[in-house]
Ligand binder design. Structure first.
Ligand code: KIV
Length: 278
């Protein structure tokens, strides 16, 4: 396959031509290599890291230093895809100066191509300031996991006319502020279609139906590697948890029964040398 590193104009071209954009999450080097090697176009180092890799109950405890550590590992594994660092809770909410400084860390320390942050139109000045500092921004609207409790839990957003209008207005405001892309999580598919046709930004859906310009899933969900809960919008393209369980149990049995390691896994010393041992 003839491939080149993807940049923002490539994604605008995909929107123009209707070529759906593919995004998945990665948190480490091997997954980055697998996704990039398979041809994924955008790799999000999501703060979902906190739940699917670090074992927190939510994304709230994730720190900037944790995000930078994982983004650097992903960056080392990705050659072609566009890498996005997810700004963790409270890294962009205290002040605009701090938001710019933290967004800059994703670029300077981790080599990301863009940052993503959650929120509604109230985040417009922050998005504008980060973009003006020279950092591409992806907005994340709808169900925003960092503030899920404020939204009444992990449930679909924009189901009545007033809240749907708010999301459409937020998307337009983010585009005005300079965001080049918006992730729309858990919103009705007709609303996602309306936003997609109303903005020039690239729209990426997760639980937002098929009319978005592209789709994202948490990789650990779509590979069946995270069993604590599975949202309705997740499709498991493979279920690795039982496969891993089978493999680990096979290893335990073979070690207990001295069937592993076999002759093909061992190293030898000549009988002469062995005899010299005292
Ligand atoms: O953190 C994450 O993985 C995300 C995706 C669910 C879009 O924000």
């Amino acid at each position: 396959m003839d491939r080149k590193k993807l940049t923002i104009p490539d994604f605008y071209e995909k929107k123009r031509t209707g070529d759906k954009v593919t995004m998945l999450t990665a948190y480490d080097y091997p997954m980055a290599i697998w996704l990039d090697g398979a041809g994924i176009e955008m790799v999000l180092v999501g703060d979902s890291l906190g739940m699917v890799v670090l074992g927190y109950d939510s994304t709230v405890p994730v720190t900037m230093d944790e995000m930078i550590h994982h983004c650097r590992a992903v960056r080392r594994g990705v050659k072609y895809a566009f890498v996005i660092g997810d700004m963790p809770f409270m890294s962009y909410n205290v002040s605009i100066e701090e938001a710019i400084r933290n967004a800059g860390r994703f670029m300077k320390e981790a080599g990301c191509d863009a940052v993503k942050l959650e929120g509604g139109s109230e985040m417009t000045p922050t998005v504008k300031a980060i973009v003006e500092a020279g950092i591409p921004v992806i907005a994340h609207i709808g169900l925003t996991p960092q503030t899920a409790s404020k939204l009444g839990g992990f449930k679909a957003q924009g189901k009545d006319a007033a809240s749907a209008q708010k999301l459409l207005d937020a998307a337009r405001a983010f585009e005005q502020a300079g965001a080049f892309c918006v992730v729309m999580e858990c919103i009705p598919d007709q609303l996602a279609a309306k936003i997609t046709s109303s903005v020039g930004m690239i729209t990426i859906g997760i639980g937002a139906g098929p009319e978005c310009d592209g789709q994202v899933l948490v990789t650990n969900d779509m590979l069946g590697m995270f069993d604590r809960f599975t949202p309705k919008f997740v499709k498991k393209f493979i279920n690795l948890t039982p496969e891993i369980d089978r493999a680990v149990k096979a290893y335990i049995s073979e070690v207990k029964e001295a069937r592993f390691p076999g002759p093909e896994h061992v190293f030898t010393i000549s009988p002469d040398n062995l005899e010299k041992l005292t």
